[in-house]
Design a protein around this ligand. Structure first.
Ligand SMILES: NC(=O)c1ccc[n+]([C@@H]2O[C@H](COP(=O)([O-])OP(=O)(O)OC[C@H]3O[C@@H](n4cnc5c(N)ncnc54)[C@H](OP(=O)(O)O)[C@@H]3O)[C@@H](O)[C@H]2O)c1
Length: 300
């Protein structure tokens, strides 16, 4: 199978690219934009000509579309740029894939829901409450309007990072280590999910496809542990034996952009296909956080 991964320099794309490329039967190309990396293909998704050229040159069977603007506050501050990437570029890519016979897998988010009625099945009605969620939902609609593509919705992600603040989960390590008093969100319930687990889920899906399974529509994947940011910080402090007495719980946090409270994703559709997850959250967190904790803390 010939696979193209967009956003292969990002938090999720790096793991997806690495894991799929390790399969000797598959030919995998990853794309980069402002960053670069060995063997990655530069691709600016805001340039329609570049999208078409890349697809015509590579002739992929599957495109895993990880590239996106995924920070809700940055989306709200730069709505035109976020819409251009999350919606317009996705629509172009989806249309070109359909025309050239490639299947597009669109990575989406639990933020397409309003967070008031969890758990959400794959056919639950989306009702995003912030700009990021609306842009990702519009991206989904563009993808699902084409024949044969599918969508994978994910919750809060963590994994190997270039710097801790790259993910809201690893960023908590700095929050704990800087020892400044801090009140953390104890209202929104999240389901931290490892990018390496997601990469494995995607690999399992592609193996099913190679075996003749037809994947279509919307799928959900999620870690199983529910926690607020405050509870997650306590879990991290406990794992790494760090003092966290300077951290308190904020049960009524203020957000610049609105956040849904609990978007728990029901992953029954993928479980029914036999897709399996990884080790429990503390084990996954420890393997990501321990190497970071061994690095020196940056001084102010
Ligand atoms: N992170 C989460 O907690 C989370 C949760 C749920 C769903 N998701 C979804 O998961 C997907 C991956 O997110 P992520 O966390 O990996 O994002 P990320 O770390 O911010 O990476 C974004 C990727 O998009 C690329 N990109 C940005 N602008 C581009 C452009 N104009 N043309 C081509 N590529 C461009 C970036 O390339 P350069 O860095 O090289 O510029 C980077 O590889 C997204 O669809 C996101 O909505 C993420």
């Amino acid at each position: 199978m010939n696979i193209l991964v967009t956003g292969a320099t990002g938090l999720l794309g790096r793991s997806v690219f690495r894991q799929l490329a390790a399969n000797p039967d598959w030919q995998v190309t990853g794309t980069c934009h402002s960053r670069s990396g060995p063997g990655l293909l530069p691709l600016d998704l805001s340039e329609p000509g570049q999208i078409r050229n890349a697809l015509e040159q590579l002739q992929p069977d599957v495109v895993i579309h990880c590239a996106a603007e995924r920070w809700p506050d940055r989306c709200a501050n730069q709505p035109d740029a976020a819409w251009a990437l999350n919606v317009d570029a996705t629509a172009l890519l989806a249309g070109a894939c359909e025309e050239l016979g490639a299947q597009l897998v669109y990575i989406s988010t639990d933020y397409v829901f309003d967070g008031t009625a969890p758990p959400y099945s794959a056919d639950a009605r989306p009702a995003p409450i912030n700009f990021y969620g609306r842009s990702k939902r519009a991206g989904e609609e563009a993808v699902l309007a084409c024949h044969g593509h599918w969508v994978l919705r994910l919750p809060l992600l963590f994994g190997p990072v270039e710097e801790p603040r790259e993910s809201g989960v690893t960023a908590l390590l700095d929050t704990i280590r800087t020892r400044e008093p801090m009140a953390l969100d104890h209202w929104a319930i999240r389901y931290p999910t490892s990018v390496e687990e997601v990469a494995s889920v995607l690999e399992q899906c592609l193996r099913l496809k190679a075996g003749g399974e037809i994947l279509s529509g919307i799928y959900h994947w999620s870690g199983d542990t529910a926690c607020t940011r405050f509870e997650l910080a306590m879990m991290i402090a406990d794992l790494l034996q760090l003092d966290c007495r300077h951290i308190s719980a904020d049960s009524a946090p203020h957000f610049v952009e609105p956040r849904p409270q609990n978007c728990q994703l029901d992953k029954a559709r993928l479980l029914a296909l036999g897709i399996r997850g990884g080790p429990p959250l503390p084990q996954q967190l420890a393997s990501v956080l321990r190497p970071l904790h061994e690095e020196p803390v940056e001084s102010g």
